[in-house]
Design a protein around this ligand. Structure first.
Ligand SMILES: [Cu+2]
Length: 414
């Protein structure tokens, strides 16, 4: 009996060790960071990110890269998300593995929150400087006050090198060049330690003598005054006067060491310059749109009219960052994130060139694992079964034009 017990104990121990080891080595790599769990219709009907470009996929610590592109603030903005009256162009990374050296909307530096208009398209650029080695999934994103984070497509970027070599030099308007990575750190440490030590010294001064029971007895016996001696009063005065003197003196010396300081710069930036988008010469009417539940595709019936002077073909449908392409018309050359790119995801019933002046009704099928992986299929759980997206038409000269579509998206069940 004992033998069996020992064996069981031993085996349990081995099992425990294995579990712990397995847990230590199991590092799941998430391919999306937050956006998948957000309501599908919100992702489809808020901000459309497109023409994205990541200038690098691998870079060393201290090197810079840019993420640039355009975003369209969808006109049919959901009710439960405040209008982007006050929004902030952010970047989605796990802490400052990069630092944001600059960000621009329409050519203007945007270190503060900005006002965006529904229906407008803006051009943006973010300059990132690598700080921490590793593989990072870098997202463009927009924080909307009263709305939350609106997460754009994420792409894996690798940083090599060593974080200890990271520097962040800036030259102030007083002509001094400092490294923001370490600037003022020793000063911060010094003053916190200094005042902490004074606090401790005050406590230790009183803790030298018995603290509780004898004092309680003395107070109870009506001899409380005997507990504070003349020396104690002098020491208390020294601490009080000393503290005030140190504050006054060091404030003065700080002011003379840094004679020019300004308050924190803040305030909403209005008047962001949108792109003057040419009125599309292709007009599209969504006759109906459905998706299979369960399934990984959506179908649309579109009536397309070409009012331009060059024949066009449908090259892409883009919704919630997922790009469905018709490989016969276009291919991606920007290194768009694999998991969001369906290079042959778009099937069009008749995608022959649509001549100027012609109208054609087409069946369009957008199909890819991304529909399920990114949980756009979870629209079935949303309280507003409508979608929105961008269609890209290509003309004979290789010009591209964008048409926004939106319509109800009706589920079909098997
Ligand atoms: Cu991510």
């Amino acid at each position: 009996m004992k033998l069996i017990k020992d064996k069981v104990a031993k085996l349990s121990f081995v099992a425990l060790l294995l579990t712990v080891t397995a847990a230590m080595f199991y590092t799941p790599t998430a391919s999306a960071h937050g956006e998948k769990s957000q309501a599908a219709f919100m992702r489809m009907r808020t901000i459309h990110w497109y023409d994205l470009n990541w200038s690098k996929e691998v870079l060393a610590v201290n090197d810079t890269m840019t993420i640039s592109g355009k975003f369209l603030v969808f006109a049919g903005w959901p009710e439960t998300v405040d209008k982007p009256e006050s929004a902030f162009l952010n970047i989605g990374i796990p802490g400052p593995v990069f630092i944001r050296a600059g960000s621009w909307i329409g050519g203007q530096l945007v270190p503060r929150s900005v006002s965006l208009e529904l229906g407008e398209t803006y051009e943006f650029k973010v300059l990132l400087k690598a700080r921490r080695p590793g593989d990072w999934h870098v997202h463009t994103m927009m924080n909307v006050e009263g709305g939350g984070p609106i997460i754009g497509p994420g792409k894996w970027v690798t940083i090599t090198g060593s974080m200890s070599s990271f520097t962040n030099p800036i030259t102030t308007l007083t002509g001094q060049t400092i490294d923001l990575e370490t600037y003022n750190l020793s000063n911060t440490y010094f003053w916190h330690t200094f005042w902490y030590a004074i606090g401790v010294a005050w406590m230790v001064y009183w803790m030298r003598k018995p603290m509780f029971v004898p004092r309680m007895i003395a107070v109870d016996a009506g001899k409380g005054d005997s507990l504070i001696t003349g020396t104690d009063k002098k020491v208390a005065l020294a601490f009080a006067a000393g503290s005030i003197a140190i504050v006054a003196f060091t404030m003065q010396s700080t002011n003379s060491q840094y004679p020019v300081t300004t308050p924190l710069q803040a305030g909403l930036l209005r008047g962001m310059k949108p792109i003057e988008m040419p009125t599309p010469t292709v007009s599209v009417k969504v006759d109906d749109a459905t998706y299979r539940v369960p399934g990984r595709s959506m179908n649309m019936t579109l009536t397309v009219t070409n009012n331009g002077d060059s024949a066009v073909r449908l090259g892409e449908f883009n919704t919630a960052g997922v790009r469905f392409l018709d490989a016969n018309v276009t291919e991606d050359t920007t290194g768009y994130p694999d998991d969001l790119l369906a290079p042959e995801g778009l099937t069009v019933s008749d995608n022959s060139p649509l001549a100027p002046g012609q109208t054609r009704t087409i069946q369009v099928n957008a199909s890819d694992a991304a529909w399920e992986v990114y949980r756009l299929a979870d629209l079935i759980y949303d309280p507003d079964s409508r979608f929105a997206g961008l269609l890209f038409f290509h003309d004979e000269n290789g010009n591209k034009q964008v048409v926004t579509i939106d319509a109800p998206l009706i589920p079909t069940f098997i």
